[in-house]
Ligand binder design. Structure first.
Ligand code: ADP
Ligand code: MG
Length: 688
């Protein structure tokens, strides 16, 4: 969105006229400027009518006493005129009263909202949900990022809680869902074809058993076309050989263990290519010959790591250009994240780099680690192990934590790429994702995101990547604190977080809430041969307590523990002890042996359409060993395409089963809440 453009709100009447052009039905109306004219217009339209204030300063007309409905006579119309003017003046004495709109009174119906806004990163976003004057109270809306398909619009309608009211609540006749779908589609077309509309809402749209009608329209336009975020541009992506330097120099390398330049150079010592310390005060650093500046280095330098103070960086970038450096990792902070001077420094650095074709990681970052190539440009205390996960983070601290966790006892986490993106002055999320996409070591990508600037390009790229490699993302900032108040309903109803979640859904990225969740989900998505097709679960356990907890956790994380049909219960009755609970979760009781579990799985695998995932929950027990439990899952995994998962709670004595399942790529957990949390995350893309 251009920051220079002037915006203004169209009158309700102009909004109606514009919407009608896109086949969104609106009431017949007339604008009047006297009580007598109001009565005359009302007579012409036909009683009853609704009268409302027309004023550019009054955004929420009801709040200002600017709406009177159900006006039945000329006398009432005249009185309503005066009453509205008086109330509005009392509400806001500065409000310019352009007149009163007299309109046809629409019959009662289900009040819905359709709105639109421009998200700075993701472009046009459409909102739909329960509307009317209680819209902020219901907060029952869903969103779609445009352009979107018919299927996405149809699923948007079904996604809100209030869908029950559309489908026909408690014996009421269903509302016209097809009309609603068409109107949503028309509203999208209206938004996309009017390139100066920055925001709009139709609230309410009244929906009937047949048809419907907009009875309010708020449209905000600007005096120039809206600037939308750019598309993905493959030509801007860094060639892969930039990440494969033959030699690396550290500017600001140090022998002083308290300095960043010490740790960075230390971590680089394991690099099999050439490494050069640069420091004009030393002959030698950490046992390696030191150079006073870049140009003094005899051979070529492909990559530099910069740790010296910010004000020196533009000058060094110039030297890098002279030396033919391809990539600069700028760890130094004190750029645009700090103040205006810092921003100017950053711009200068980027400008110089651009002139020479140098690409920049950072600044204000931890750096880049490519463990398979033993390249670690960061000051983390120990380099992470090589493996198949790419971890791309907007927080340097989280990178430190993740590396620490990966090196802890019992962790099997290894990385193909670890990067802290910093200020993203040049290389950004897209570049690091593109590296992971092209890198043969990477099987899955984890993102820690605070803000993505080029959301449209991100979606386009992520959609491509997720065809072959899963992307899992933690998006920070879901809390409502500090979110700016917005002028329209649409603005306040769909915050940035919701837009991210919708963007992730649209491009196949799996959102998670926690770091352990991210690792688990990434591992399952890349290793398991299947994912859940939906949210319907069957739980099979020998522990009554875990059966009860399962219901609680499942509800929290959006897993449906389905009721089993009578035929299934009847069949299970033939082999289960008479006092089993005859319900899902299926509690096989503490004395359940392997045979009992197998019999249940036998029935389930013969009826795969009834469920999407089966969760076997087990605890240490003399009747049944963890290895037996694991074997049940391994055997029946071959007899169904549905997802089978194990949860073996009990610590070390369950490890044999956990290991066996892990070896067979069957998802296994050691803690029950984590099972449901992970499954909830995994089901995200399956059901929408
Ligand atoms: P606001 O600026 O407060 O959103 P609205 O134009 O939406 O004002 O009017 C408030 C409420 O009055 C609507 O939510 C709707 O229930 C009712 N209303 C408004 N216009 C009409 C109409 N033409 N026919 C029937 N009801 C209406
Ligand atoms: Mg309204």
């Amino acid at each position: 969105m251009s920051t220079h453009a002037n915006t203004k709100m169209l009158s309700e009447a102009d909004g109606y006229d514009l919407l009608r052009k896109f086949n969104v039905p609106a009431p017949v109306f007339e604008i009047v400027t006297s009580p007598e004219a109001a009565a005359k217009a009302a007579g012409k339209i036909g009683y009853p009518v609704v009268m409302k204030i027309v004023s550019p300063q009054i955004i929420h007309k009801s709040d200002a006493g600017g709406v009177i409905v159900n006006i039945k006579t000329d006398e009432e119309a005249k009185a309503a005129y005066n009453k509205i003017v008086t109330s509005v003046k009392a509400y806001n004495s500065a409000a310019e009263i352009k007149g009163i709109i007299v309109e046809e009174m629409a019959k009662p119906g289900l009040e819905l909202i359709i709105g639109g806004k421009i998200d700075p990163a993701f472009g046009r976003v459409i909102t739909f949900g329960l509307g009317g004057t209680l819209v902020e109270f219901f907060k029952d809306v869903g969103i779609r990022i445009l352009p979107c398909s018919d299927d996405e619009l149809r699923s948007l309608i079904k996604q809100i809680r209030g869908y029950t009211l559309i489908a026909g609540y408690r014996g009421e006749a269903p509302k016209d869902e097809e009309f609603l779908f068409q109107t949503l589609k028309n509203a999208c077309a209206f938004f996309e074809k009017n390139d100066n509309v920055t925001e709009f809402d139709i609230n309410p749209l009244r929906l009937y058993e047949k048809g419907g009608c907009a009875v309010d329209a708020r449209v905000i336009i600007q005096d120039e076309p809206v600037e939308l975020p750019p598309h993905y541009d493959a030509s801007k992506i860094v060639p892969i050989d930039y990440y494969k330097p033959r030699s690396v120099a550290v500017i600001g390398a140090s022998d002083d263990k308290t300095k960043m330049g010490y740790a960075v150079f230390h971590n680089l010592l394991q690099f099999p290519g050439k490494v050069y310390p640069v420091n004009n005060k030393r002959e030698e650093i950490q046992g390696v010959k030191c150079y006073p500046n870049l140009s003094a280095i005899p051979g070529p330098v492909d990559m530099v790591v910069i740790t010296v103070p910010a004000q020196l960086v533009p000058g060094i970038m110039e030297e890098c250009g002279q030396k033919g450096v391809k990539m600069a990792v700028v760890i130094t902070a004190g750029f645009k994240e700090m103040d205006e001077d810092g921003r100017a420094l950053e711009n200068r650095m980027v400008e110089i780099a651009k002139n020479y074709g140098i690409r920049i990681v950072g600044p204000n970052c931890l750096g880049l680690i490519l463990p398979p190539y033993k390249l670690d440009t960061t000051y983390v205390s120990t380099s992470p192990l090589p493996g198949d996960l790419a971890f791309i983070s907007q927080s340097g601290a989280i990178v430190n934590a993740v590396v620490g966790i990966s090196l802890s006892e019992g962790s099997e986490m290894g990385y193909s790429e670890v990067v802290s993106v910093g200020n993203q002055s040049d290389l950004d999320f897209l570049d690091y994702m593109s590296y992971a996409q092209r890198d043969p070591h990477t099987k899955a990508i984890i993102l820690y995101v605070e803000e993505i600037k080029n959301g449209v390009a991100f979606m386009e790229m992520a959609k491509e990547i997720t065809k072959t490699k899963p992307i899992v993302a933690i998006k920070a900032g879901s809390s409502k604190r500090g979110q700016a108040a917005a002028a329209s309903h649409t603005g306040s109803l769909s915050g940035a977080y919701e837009v991210y979640m919708e963007a992730f859904r649209k491009c196949g990225v799996t959102p998670v809430k926690t770091l352990p969740g991210a690792f688990k989900v990434a591992k399952i998505l890349s290793d398991a041969d299947r994912t859940p097709k939906g949210r319907r679960a069957v739980v099979i356990t020998n522990a009554g307590g875990f059966a009860v907890l399962s219901n609680d956790y499942a509800e929290t994380w959006g897993i449906d523990i389905v009721d089993l049909p009578k035929e299934i219960i009847d069949e299970m009755n033939t082999f289960l002890p008479p006092f089993w609970n005859k319900n899902n979760p299926i509690d096989l009781l503490g004395d359940a042996d392997e045979e009992r579990f197998r019999n249940v799985f036998e029935v389930l695998c013969r009826n795969p359409k009834l469920w999407d995932m089966a969760i076997l929950v087990n605890f240490p027990n003399k009747v049944l060993s963890p290895v037996q439990v694991a074997n049940v899952l391994i055997d029946y995994s071959k007899k169904t395409d549905n997802l089978l998962v194990g949860t073996l709670v009990g610590g070390d004595c369950m490890k044999s089963g956990v290991t066996l399942l892990t070896e067979h790529n069957i998802p296994v957990f050691e803690e029950l809440e984590f099972t449901y949390r992970t499954l909830g995350h995994l089901s995200w893309t399956a059901d929408r």
